[in-house]
Design a protein around this ligand. Structure first.
Ligand code: 8X3
Length: 252
């Protein structure tokens, strides 16, 4: 009997990462949950196991290259890597944005994805049928005022996905980019506004049904479970009420 294929999900402690881990487990993968917050991923792994699926938790900071390399030694063969860890800090204009925020966003979104992808690429290739998913954003494809360092970092991830796809064509590894628009999760906007829940709530004010983490997990799971020769290069997903980063229908 073939071994259960393994899927590593980074940033699996909440939001899109947690929802993706649940759905990939239900789709038949043994999921390896990584995030900095060990208690959360342990609890999620227990929940997934309780539901009759396979899961393990591994505390990991994707910006710590030595820790990522150590983590990667556990895998000789890997089916799927979902690079989800990342996020936004601040919504200041370019004129006044804090360079420390820009640096941190580049570090978590771009270098974090680079670290884990580089470390696990040999195992993905060795599987004979590997898939790298990069969770970017519609902020990776066009700018918006106040997008600042987040827009810049997400554009970086988009280019990383495109370049990697060009470079590894001919190897048995797909590179899939999923670019969600407005997704209401418990943490994204609150983190961006440093705990200011009022400002965070305004992001979604009057929007009829922003996407949920589960909606995005659904698109990731769909893309990952297409036949091996089908590469969903780029999947843009927005709520019906959003036509672009700045064109959003609100009933206020
Ligand atoms: C999240 C979408 O519009 O906040 O990646 O940049 S947005």
């Amino acid at each position: 009997m073939a071994a259960t294929p393994i899927a590593v999900v980074t940033g699996a402690s909440s939001g899109i990462g947690a929802a993706t881990a649940r759905q990939l487990a239900a789709a038949g993968f043994r999921v390896v949950l990584t995030a900095r917050r060990e208690d959360r991923i342990e609890a999620l792994a227990a929940e997934i196991i309780e539901a009759g699926h396979e899961a393990t938790a591994y505390a990991l900071d994707v910006t710590d290259r030595a820790a990522v390399d150590e983590f990667a030694t556990a895998f000789r063969s890997l089916a799927v890597l979902v690079n989800n860890a990342g996020g936004a800090l601040g919504a200041d204009p370019v004129a006044t944005g804090d360079p420390a925020d820009w640096r941190q966003m580049y570090e978590t979104n771009v270098i974090g994805t680079l670290n884990v992808t580089q470390a696990l690429l040999p195992a993905l290739t060795a599987s004979g049928d590997g898939t790298v998913v990069i969770l970017s954003s519609t902020a990776a494809l066009s700018s918006y005022e106040g997008g600042g360092g987040y827009v810049a970092a997400k554009h970086g991830e988009h280019v990383l996905a495109e370049t990697l796809r060009l470079e590894i064509v001919g190897t048995p590894v797909r590179v899939i980019e999923v670019a969600p628009g407005m997704v209401r999760t418990e943490e994204f906007a609150t983190t961006r506004f440093r705990g200011d829940t009022e400002k965070a709530a305004k992001v979604y004010a009057g929007v009829d049904a922003p996407l949920t983490a589960s909606d995005v997990a659904d698109t990731i799971t769909w893309a990952v479970t297409r036949p091996s020769h089908v590469n969903i290069d780029l999947l843009v997903v927005r709520p019906r009420a959003q036509a672009s980063n700045t064109k959003i229908h609100r009933t206020l």
